[in-house]
Design a protein around this ligand. Structure first.
Ligand SMILES: [Fe+2]
Ligand SMILES: [Fe+2]
Length: 267
């Protein structure tokens, strides 16, 4: 069994460095990739304005015409009371999707806070997450997504905006056996592994709001029975390179990552 997840992030309708061309490229690339699931990990807009959300909503409808799509908000979406538009035009701010045939489950959380760039998950969502995880069979690969990065990202200048409650969340993830975390926010792709858990950061797919030599990109996860491959796809050129791969298996009843290779060099 092979399942493909496209992780895209930081679309930023309304941003001066947003590119219509990159958006068209992205949609064409996704149609070609034909993923089973699309995850949008936040920052659909720039200031949370309704006119930005209207464009974002059209975009999400286009994604849904390709395959199942889930979207969670980022810090920009929560500006100017933007989350009321998010809930009306985009959808719920958290979700759970279980794919037993694909051997994985993915939970989305809202890390945004009104009008500030800092993020946190908060006790209520952590408790909700624990309850969802308890209901899942332990032999599934468990993935969690939210906008702010859980761990610092190299080549992003002065560190800020790690989740305010990242320590507590790390503990919850470790106790719940979370295998993969998918984040956005910094516009820089990256992979880290800590406590047998992988965090994968996605770049910005549709803007040239870029740091250093990074390029507009999105990530692709290919989930197979014995391995998971992560590819980085350049939205400008369409070129694809392997960013990481993980050999996985069910040990006893538990899904575990046995070994890994990280191949990304941010330069
Ligand atoms: Fe962003
Ligand atoms: Fe952000």
């Amino acid at each position: 069994m092979e399942k493909k997840i496209a992780q895209i992030s930081d679309i930023h309708f309304g941003e001066k460095n947003f590119s219509q061309q990159l958006k068209d490229n992205l949609l064409n690339q996704l149609k070609e990739e034909n993923p089973d699931l699309i995850i949008v990990s936040g920052d659909l807009t720039t200031n949370g304005y309704i006119h930005e959300y209207e464009k974002a909503s059209e975009f999400v409808e286009e994604l849904k015409s390709i395959t199942d799509t889930y979207t969670i908000p980022g810090n920009h979406d929560a500006r100017n009371v933007g989350l009321i538009h998010f809930e009306r035009l985009i959808g719920p701010r958290k979700f759970i999707h279980v794919d037993k045939s694909g051997g994985f489950a993915i939970v989305g959380l809202d890390s945004s806070e009104p009008d500030i760039n800092d993020g946190q998950i908060g006790l209520d969502q952590m408790n909700w997450l624990r309850k969802q995880m308890e209901k899942l069979p332990s032999d599934l690969c468990k993935i969690v997504t939210f906008h702010h990065h859980l761990l610092p990202i190299p080549q992003t200048g002065r560190e800020r905006n790690i989740l305010l409650d990242s320590g507590d969340l790390l503990r919850v993830f470790s106790e719940c056996g979370v295998d993969f975390v998918l984040n956005g926010h910094k516009h820089v792709p990256n992979v880290w592994m800590i406590e047998k858990m992988v965090t994968i950061n996605s770049g910005t797919a549709t803007t040239r709001k870029l740091r250093g030599y990074t390029f507009p990109s999105h990530n692709q996860l290919i989930i197979r029975d014995n391995d998971i491959q992560v590819n980085l796809i350049n939205t400008e050129t369409g070129s694809k390179k392997e960013m990481a791969n993980y050999s996985v298996r069910v040990e006893g009843e538990e899904y575990v990552i046995c070994s890994y290779k990280h191949l990304l060099n941010n330069g």
